[in-house]
Design a protein around this ligand. Structure first.
Ligand code: AMP
Ligand code: ZN
Length: 463
């Protein structure tokens, strides 16, 4: 499989460093509310990435953290009148439920920051000892970015330096992103009154770890100084991933991630998703509008991960139709498979192009296109050939993590059409044939066929 590496800026063949298992890390959610569909674009693409590797026969080891202590989790747990543990526990469970509905494989390890305080303190101590970090008067510890000359390679700071202005002596103590300033960043945050009961003892006084540090500490614990790949949304590249690289390389030596995988942000209605614009969606909100998690998954993988994806509610209708078509093709193919078939060989057959798209820089959009083309080509297949094609189709679906609807979905009938149909059915039952005929024509004119049965009727769109 080939994938674009954000650091080296080229497509690279993926081979496990240890020769057997592809070991990778993804920055996980901050659990202070439900994850939104943008977060899920990133997580679902990482899931397809993993499934594709596994489908191609490579074992994987997937680590994704849970950020369960930071400025936002503390602030909102207090507002909710809950302990940090109860508050983040609740939102972690919600995240897991959404992930399951979206067909995502759980990571092999999912460490939380609060459970790894000693590892984080140990890493800070190493950085202080090596001269990369310093304690300040407010009880916080900062990473000195001047001590790591390669700082900024991933996000090309060298070309952006003029824009940012190099302000070496500035410090950032907030967990929020400091998008346009270059500064020493916080590793340990000295205890403040607003932290409430959320602090731990350390050699530098009471406090809590900074957000950037947890990923470096988890990686050291579960993947070591060298591992295969690191992923996240494009917003994490600077400063979060730059900071991770600086911390880990200085504390542990090693090369850190051999490959960087960043996906583009999801746009909604052509712009940024925001609560004030009313275009901020969670899975539950889309379910309340009548859509399924799988329809969302289909939309989220509908564009290449390096291309902008613009989400609209309309795209969910499109996903419903597309999945119904795929399901129909799958049923037609299955109907031609003999009951006692034993496959003598396995290949992707008419779905070769779909598979190649997926393994060539995770082109999910190309892969979906290839599924439709493959189904069209499969129409002529019979017997074992049909069985092989069906197996290939299902294999690619598993790589995409898509589950298709089992039954032909009933077309959504608008309320006014349903009302007319009811009125016509009543006329027919009353043997008012003239009215029943006129109303049938009226419905056809509105785009709906009404088929009368003995006990009831069926409506279907005029094709
Ligand atoms: P957070 O919970 O904010 O730490 O984010 C979790 C993941 O979602 C990170 O990998 C982010 O880069 C990613 N993310 C946040 N917003 C979006 C978005 N609009 N589109 C795609 N990914 C996003
Ligand atoms: Zn991270």
């Amino acid at each position: 499989m080939r994938l674009y590496d954000t650091l080296d800026r080229e497509l690279k063949e993926l081979r496990p460093l240890d020769g057997t298992t592809y070991r990778f890390y993804c920055c996980g959610p901050t659990v202070y509310g439900p994850a939104h569909i943008g977060n899920f674009r990133t997580f679902v693409l990482q899931d397809v990435f993993r499934r594709t590797l596994e489908t191609s026969g490579t074992r994987t080891f997937h680590v994704r953290n849970i950020t369960d202590v930071d400025d936002k989790t503390i602030r909102d747990s207090q507002a909710a009148g809950k302990s940090l543990k109860d508050f983040t526990g609740f939102w972690t469970e919600k995240f897991h439920a959404d992930c399951e509905a979206l067909g995502m494989l759980p990571p092999h390890v999912e460490p939380g920051a609060v459970d790894h305080i000693p590892q984080q303190i140990a890493m800070i101590a190493t950085l202080v000892e090596k001269g990369n970090a310093y304690a300040s008067e407010d009880g916080s510890v900062y990473f000195n970015i001047g001590s790591y000359p390669a700082y900024g390679k991933l996000s090309r700071l060298d070309t952006r330096e003029l824009e940012l202005g190099k302000t070496q002596n500035e410090r950032a103590n907030s967990d929020e992103y400091e998008k346009d300033s270059l500064s020493d960043f916080v590793l340990w945050k000295g205890r403040k009154p607003e932290d409430g009961e959320n602090y731990w003892a350390s050699p530098w006084g009471e406090g809590r770890p900074g957000w950037h540090l947890e990923c470096s500490a988890m990686i050291q614990e579960y993947l070591g100084a060298d591992f295969d790949l690191h992923g996240g949304g494009e917003d994490l590249m600077f400063p979060h991933h730059e900071n991770e690289i600086a911390q880990s390389k200085c504390a542990c030596g090693g090369h850190f991630a051999a490959h960087w995988f960043h996906s583009t942000h999801l746009l909604v209605d052509g712009g940024k998703m925001s609560k004030s614009k009313g275009n901020f969606y969670t899975l539950d909100e889309l379910k309340a509008k009548g859509f399924t998690a799988m329809e969302l998954r289909y939309v989220l993988i509908g564009a290449h991960y390096r291309k902008q994806l613009n989400f609209t509610l309309d795209s969910l209708h499109g996903a419903r139709e597309a999945m119904a078509k795929l399901a129909k093709g799958q049923r037609n193919l299955a109907a031609k498979v003999p009951a006692d078939v034993v496959l003598s060989s396995v290949d992707f057959g008419p779905f070769q192009a779909a598979w190649e798209a997926l393994t060539d820089d995770l082109n999910t959009a190309g892969c979906l296109g290839g599924l439709f083309t493959g189904l069209r080509e499969s129409v002529k297949l019979e017997g074992e050939d049909a069985a092989k094609a069906l197996a290939a189709f299902n294999r690619i679906l598993r790589a995409l993590g898509l589950t298709l609807p089992e039954e032909e979905p009933e077309a959504e009938v608008p309320a006014e059409i349903r009302a007319l149909a009811e009125e016509r059915w009543a006329a027919r039952t009353a043997k008012d044939w003239a009215k029943a005929d006129a109303m049938r024509q009226q419905l056809t004119g509105l785009g709906w066929n009404m088929k009368d049965g003995k006990e009831s009727y069926e409506l279907s769109p005029v094709s």
